[in-house]
Design a protein around this ligand. Structure first.
Ligand SMILES: [Zn+2]
Length: 302
């Protein structure tokens, strides 16, 4: 999918963070453009799958805001028991996003035109993993994949697993070239979500902000003529909003011949022998990039 370079760049491939200190609210808005094209062009996804992955990438960028550690990684994974989508994986590290979907093309073709979350995923779960190597911490929260949309499933995740009242909206424009989203959360007294004993979803501070944030329209998330700060102004102009300058987002993957070679080199010789085909090549596939890396055994010793 090519993205014309003539488009005005209104926060495309950018994330803007904000806080409303008086209401103990924090949030993030994200808009993805050329980056989506780069990720999707590695695959031949039908529109509903491309759309779902685009939403998931926006969600991943929104979640990435919560990583306080520079080298931290956040992974969003949706896995099902027997859904049309079997597996969806996206991750974020230092402003780099990547993702892919494993799905059943034949069953997708048989679906009627209306494709909601349940139709695509069936029974499944949403897992969010935070990897913080410097703090030597790994945390995973898992919730059933419930609701009409990925945004609803994400809200369930925050409420159930993180105990943080949250609002999530995701939108993809009709061309599939631009997608956007907003995440708004209530953290009274600067509490960290996980340590909370109970969640008050009806806190007056949160009620007020939630009602304002709910007026976000899908087109405001992807409309290039509206800067993300303009959207925040539209939503919360009666509040004192602190905005953190935009963070650029790029497509990033760790696959390279050097990286794959170093991974293979760590396997014991006997195991490597079993991976080799008759031409003396170990073929490693990066599912994020749909790229095959043929590694010659002889190259490993070089
Ligand atoms: Zn890759």
């Amino acid at each position: 999918m090519a993205t014309p370079s003539t488009l005005p760049a209104a926060n495309l491939d950018e994330a803007v963070s904000f806080t409303i200190p008086a209401r103990h609210v924090r949030g993030r808005v994200v808009r993805l453009g050329p980056l989506l094209g780069e990720i999707l062009s590695a695959h031949d996804y039908p529109a509903p799958i491309a759309r779902t992955l685009s939403e998931a990438l926006v969600l991943t960028a929104l979640f990435g805001a919560m990583l306080k550690e520079a080298g931290g990684q956040l992974t969003v994974q949706a896995q099902t028991e027997s859904g049309i989508v079997d597996l969806l994986v996206c991750d974020y590290r230092g402003g780099e996003l990547r993702g892919y979907v494993r799905f059943d093309r034949e069953r997708l073709a048989d679906l009627p035109s209306h494709r909601d979350l349940a139709a695509l995923f069936g029974k499944g779960y949403l897992a969010i993993t935070f990897d913080l190597p410097a703090a030597n911490e790994r945390y995973q929260g898992i919730v059933p994949l419930e609701g009409a949309s990925l945004a609803e499933a994400a809200e369930h995740y925050f409420t159930q697993s993180e105990q943080v009242p949250s609002l999530v909206r995701l939108a993809v424009d009709d061309t599939g070239r631009v997608a956007g989203g907003i995440l708004v959360q209530h953290l009274p007294e600067g509490e960290e979500g996980r340590e909370r004993i109970h969640t008050r979803l009806d806190h007056p501070e949160w009620e007020h902000v939630r009602i304002l944030a709910e007026t976000t329209r899908a087109n405001e998330l992807f409309e290039r003529s509206l800067p993300l700060e303009g959207l925040l102004w539209r939503l919360f102009h009666e509040e004192e909003v602190r905005v953190v300058p935009g963070l650029p987002l790029v497509k990033g993957c760790r696959c390279s011949f050097d990286h794959i070679r170093s991974v293979i080199a760590r396997f014991p010789g006997a195991e490597r022998e079993q991976m080799v085909d008759e031409d003396g090549v170990i073929s490693v596939d990066c599912e994020f990039c749909s790229r095959l890396f043929p590694i010659r055994l002889g190259d490993l010793d070089a």
